[in-house]
Ligand binder design. Sequence first.
Ligand SMILES: [Zn+2]
Length: 270
Amino acid sequence: MPELPEVEVSRMGISPYLEGETIKLVHVYQASLRWPVPDEVKLTEGLVINKVMRRAKYLLLETVMGSLILHLGMSGKLRVIDKSVPRIKHDHIDIEMETGKILRFNDPRRFGCFLFQPPGQVHKLLANLGPEPLTLAFNYQDLYNKSRDKKTAIKQFLMNNINVVGVGNIYANEALFKAGIHPQMPAGKVSKKRYEKLVFLVKETLDKAIVQGGTTLKDFAQTDGKPGYFAQELLVYGRGGLPCKVCTKPLTEIKIGQRSSVFCDECQKR
Ligand SMILES: [Zn+2]
């Protein structure tokens, strides 16, 4: 599943082909995505995309008449290709630009979405989201204050969009390991000092993934481009039972809130 760094890398990859360019046509070949594609997406035809923005894992293509919202869901991929490239299976949406380039959305599982946000409004999916992790709005004082009296496991607390957006399972596992915090520790019991460390490490982990992903940017303009799914060096995620890279003890794997959680009993304390 694409996580925030992959979505941000997608944004960086597609922006140069879209920003300042005019949308010629919006082709919807499959309107049954996670939510039905609204007819309003057509309102952007003939308009310039002023900016390609990201909010949590949503991409917003902004025009004066409103924004197109894209979410990659579980299996969505975006490519920028020439108009002449034939569609393949699961190519559901084409945003055709006057330049002859197309932003093509492919999504085998159709958990992604393509929606419309009128100007001056915030779509309901975006209305109640917490702070962006890479901005100052996400800081340890606020997170600490929000966590008081919370009995939720710190890992679930960190993955809750109300507290901070875009910290998915991979990055929650990684950041908690680096911060030395046991993922099952109640959020309300984690000290301010440890929140300071954790918030720094969440930002650093996401940042590093974006920088690493940036090296795949050239793929966006290729027909076989697989943006987002870049290889990363992970310390704990996907390594249950394997030796901890710090102390060599086998890593423990459990489920927390139905999500696989990998941690080191030795390095991560309650
Ligand atoms: Zn360890």
